[in-house]
Design a protein around this ligand. Structure first.
Ligand SMILES: Nc1ncnc2c1ncn2[C@@H]1O[C@H](COP(=O)(O)OP(=O)(O)O)[C@@H](O)[C@H]1O
Ligand SMILES: [Mg+2]
Length: 208
């Protein structure tokens, strides 16, 4: 069996992660890749409970507390889901991973990037995704796409300047790791975004 890859999807709300994720899974299954779909924050029983706390807008927390909880959930996620699946040769597709901490807690909340880098090293050691698809979309367009959401969570209730900082941080991160993070113009029509994703995936399937 082909050895699995660790693929993460990143981007602000409305960028199209969930839409593309469903399609990525279909593509991988068509070529017989065992696939595990997961998400952050979450992915484990403990992580999902931390997610509830992290998204609950009736709870306030220091930005560094938020970062620590994100990485705590991630440590569990690696131990219980990501690493075991990769060991079995499965493909792991995660809706968000550590780049989101650099974007949301770093860019959005202003947590010191060096502190986040220490947490990343502490939590992940040398584990990084093989591929990160960053769906880049202007904040206004992302917000338009999810404007039907009635009950915004603790992050979704933030103002657009917060998401502008998140987007800038995501783009900085992508520029810093150009081999791992592929920027996809997600303002394009759905089928064009899909085609861009397919091209990248077929390439990784062909060349590893
Ligand atoms: N490229 C696109 N063009 C137009 N609409 C899109 C596109 N990508 C996603 N959408 C729509 O935007 C909404 C949010 O997409 P979703 O995949 O849930 O984003 P995310 O998971 O990143 O928040 C959905 O209604 C989806 O159909
Ligand atoms: Mg989604």
């Amino acid at each position: 069996m082909r050895s699995g890859k660790f693929i993460t999807l990143e981007g602000i709300d409305g960028a199209g992660k969930s839409t593309q994720l469903a399609w990525i899974v279909q593509l991988l299954q068509r070529v017989d890749c065992a696939t595990v779909v997961t998400r952050e924050p979450g992915g484990t029983p403990l992580g999902e409970q931390l997610r509830v706390l992290l998204l609950d807008k009736s709870i306030t927390m220091h930005p560094e507390t938020e970062a620590l909880l994100m990485f705590a959930a991630r440590r569990e996620h690696l131990d219980k889901v990501i690493l075991p699946a990769l060991t079995l040769g499965q493909w792991v597709i995660s809706d968000r991973f550590s780049d989101a901490s650099f974007a949301y807690q770093g860019g959005g909340r202003g947590v010191n990037i060096q502190k986040l880098a220490i947490l990343e090293q502490w939590t992940q050691d040398s584990v990084q995704p093989d591929l990160t698809l960053y769906f880049d979309v202007p904040v206004e367009l992302g917000q338009q796409r999810v404007s039907q959401i009635k009950n915004a969570d603790r992050f979704e209730q933030e103002q657009s300047d917060f998401f502008q900082r998140v987007r800038v941080a995501y783009r900085d991160r992508a520029r810093q790791f150009p081999h791992r993070i592929k920027i996809i113009d997600s303002s394009l029509p759905l089928n064009e975004v899909k085609a861009a994703v397919e091209k990248i995936l077929l390439n990784i399937l062909k060349h590893g």
